[in-house]
Design a protein around this ligand. Structure first.
Ligand code: MG
Length: 254
């Protein structure tokens, strides 16, 4: 069942979304060669605490294993797609890092992700990052009353594929509200004019994961880190949005 949000609930989601945007902005400024993913995680936890926000990925139960997620952020480097575990790894010049961060504030969730180049990266990798963010924004433009969910999915897929990249199938976006993950699932691929009809008050986390090579991925032995099968780079951008009568409102944008 898709849960429509009331104006009061949307106000609370704006607060949660703003916290996510602020923390990601702080992390983005810290990304440089030599910083560890664990240090970025510590900064995220501290900044969430300052804002009375619960970093909700921490201790998130594992649907495919037994080990809850140990970090406040997902930190996925290069061929890591999503759910990378922050730790002692030091970022190096030429890496890319995707950071996914979610909070609950006053009973409502916000969720967003960015991919950032560490220093100078190859032109093709730079293009991958740019196209992934553009695909997200093109998808968000489709989040309008009367459109179908498949219009979001199809727009993201065609945009990323027309740039020569591929869309991850095994992980998708989601509804968001009192919980981080609600109905409906929001795939980043599929046919237009299919799926639920979009209504005012729907809140969605839209999050394309785009691969430089083929779309296949697998989960490593740590039960969390998802990597590309071909070892090529992957990028990830996400915003939480709410659909209004006049169009989509991005909740996780400063
Ligand atoms: Mg999400």
């Amino acid at each position: 069942m898709i849960n429509l949000k009331s104006p009061g609930e949307i106000d609370k989601m704006r607060v949660a979304g703003r916290v996510v945007a602020e923390v990601l902005n702080i992390l983005q400024d810290q990304i440089r060669p030599g910083i560890s993913t664990g240090k970025l995680n510590a900064i995220a936890e501290e900044e969430a605490n300052k804002r009375n926000a619960l970093a909700v990925f921490k201790n998130y139960p594992n649907p495919r294993g037994s080990r809850p997620f140990p970090g406040a952020i997902c930190a996925s480097v290069n061929e890591e797609v999503v759910h990378g575990i922050p730790g002692i790894r030091l970022l190096q010049e030429g890496d890319i890092i995707s950071i996914d961060f979610g909070v609950i504030v006053d009973g409502f969730a916000g969720d967003a992700a960015i991919t950032v180049a560490v220093g100078e990266v190859e032109p093709q990798i730079k293009k991958l990052i740019r196209v992934t963010e553009e695909a997200l924004m093109k998808g968000i433009e489709q989040a309008r009353v009367g459109n179908r969910l498949g219009n979001i999915s199809h727009t993201i897929q065609t945009y990323a594929e027309s740039a020569g990249f591929s869309i991850v199938r095994d992980f998708v976006g989601h509804g968001i509200g009192r919980k981080m993950h609600e109905d409906p699932p929001v795939p980043n691929y599929g046919k237009p004019d299919r799926g639920p009809t979009l209504q005012a008050g729907m809140a969605l986390a839209i999050e394309p994961m785009v691969n430089l090579g083929a779309y296949g991925v697998y989960t490593k032995g740590d039960e969390w880190t998802v990597v590309t099968k071909d070892g090529k780079h992957s990028a990830h951008f996400e915003h939480s949005i709410v659909i209004g009568e006049q169009g989509p409102e991005i909740l996780t944008l400063l």
